[in-house]
Write a protein that binds this ligand. Structure first.
Ligand SMILES: NC(=O)C1=CN([C@@H]2O[C@H](COP(=O)(O)OP(=O)(O)OC[C@H]3O[C@@H](n4cnc5c(N)ncnc54)[C@H](OP(=O)(O)O)[C@@H]3O)[C@@H](O)[C@H]2O)C=CC1
Ligand SMILES: Nc1nc(=O)c2c([nH]1)NC[C@@H]1CN(c3ccc(C(=O)N[C@@H](CCC(=O)O)C(=O)O)cc3)C=[N+]21
Length: 299
């Protein structure tokens, strides 16, 4: 039976460390780290995530600002707010919750965030730094960064000789995840919707990361015995057993089957999700340390 990788408790440990380092930073005379979270529209899932980001920021002792904007907000108005946050010395991190309403060009909005405040790590500058291994000053996207921390807990920091398969190639998860695994000396294969015989490929993986968005697509017989399985997927499915119209969260991996073969596996919920929130705090803290001319803390 696989070891359960308890993302929730690892995330709590990261938040505790952020809290302590925030106090240390202020004792050095620097200002309180500031995080601004911007949400446009009323998407319910986004509201849940934004609420937990703002709540955790306060728990870390940050100056936490939330801009809750109407869906009809124009692209120009949003860009103006980002400009103000870029210029605000009290703000070290800016996150604009995705997805944005269709009439707003998300790419343009993301690139308008000052790279040194881009705690999502989506700006070209930060993507380029990650791609070229300039990790000292890069902001790494929170979900891959959090997933790497969980992998390190199981396998250590040097993954030399291990085969990694990342299923999914999105800009916010799959591609940065592959870059981080490569930087840790894995042999990395990135799979996607055009990949032939995905199951056979998945079975070669010592480290298997699923970031697809298809509930329980990865079956138990796709998992190499002893593999480390990181399930990034968050899918809400019908849960009739809980009553009429009820739903529950499942990942991209069929957990019960996969846990029989895997060496270690993350649950959904309680795995990668909480790590995403925790790493957002770590990125904001890093930004505040860099702004104070100090070396960023490691996690
Ligand atoms: N826990 C967390 O903090 C986070 C979780 N997520 C979750 O992770 C999942 C992925 O999100 P995101 O990265 O934004 O995904 P995207 O929807 O942007 O991309 C999905 C990827 O999966 C690939 N894919 C789709 N179908 C298949 C298939 N049948 N076989 C193989 N590959 C396939 C796509 O291939 P192609 O490129 O060819 O289209 C694409 O690369 C979602 O469930 C999302 O909710 C996302 C962000 C944070
Ligand atoms: N600019 C931007 N940055 C993001 O990082 C970003 C985003 N937009 N848009 C959406 C995705 C998704 N995301 C999650 C954050 C926390 C959980 C999380 O805490 N999940 C809990 C469950 C929470 C629940 O109960 O729904 C868990 O998996 O245990 C999940 C997903 C960040 N995202």
């Amino acid at each position: 039976m696989a070891e359960l990788i308890d993302g929730k408790s690892v995330a709590e440990g990261v938040v505790r460390r952020v809290k302590a380092l925030t106090i240390e930073l202020m004792e050095k005379g620097a200002q309180k780290p500031g995080l601004a979270v911007v949400i446009v529209g009323e998407d319910p899932a986004s509201q849940v995530y934004v609420a937990s980001k703002s709540r955790t920021a306060k728990e870390c002792g940050f100056h936490s600002v939330q801009h809750t904007l109407p869906a009809e907000m124009s692209e120009q108005e949003l860009l103006a707010i980002i400009g103000e946050l870029n210029a605000d010395p009290g703000i070290n991190g800016i996150l604009v919750q995705l997805p944005l309403p269709g009439h707003i060009d998300a790419g343009k909005v993301i690139q308008a965030i000052a790279p040194q405040k881009d705690v999502d790590g989506f700006h070209f500058i930060n993507v380029g730094k990650l791609g070229t291994g300039e990790l000292e000053t890069a902001f790494v996207p929170c979900t891959p960064a959090g997933s790497m921390l969980l992998i390190e807990r199981v396998r250590g920091k040097d993954l030399s000789g291990l085969n990694a398969v990342v299923v999914g190639r999105s800009n916010i998860v799959g591609k940065p995840m592959a870059n981080l695994l490569l930087a840790a000396n894995c042999t990395v294969t990135v799979a996607h919707s055009r990949t032939k015989d995905l199951a056979a490929l998945a079975r070669t993986a010592d480290i298997l990361v699923a970031a697809v968005g298809r509930p329980e697509m990865v079956r138990g017989d796709w998992v190499k015995p002893g593999a480390t399985v990181i399930d990034v997927g968050i899918n809400r499915i019908a849960a009739p057993e809980k009553g009429e119209g009820k739903t529950r969260l499942v990942g991209d991996v069929a957990y019960a089957e996969a846990a029989k073969t895997a060496g270690a596996i993350t649950p959904v919920p309680g795995g990668v999700g909480p790590m995403t929130i925790a790493m957002l705090m770590a990125n904001t803290l890093a930004s505040a340390y860099l702004a104070a001319g100090l070396k960023r803390p490691s996690f």
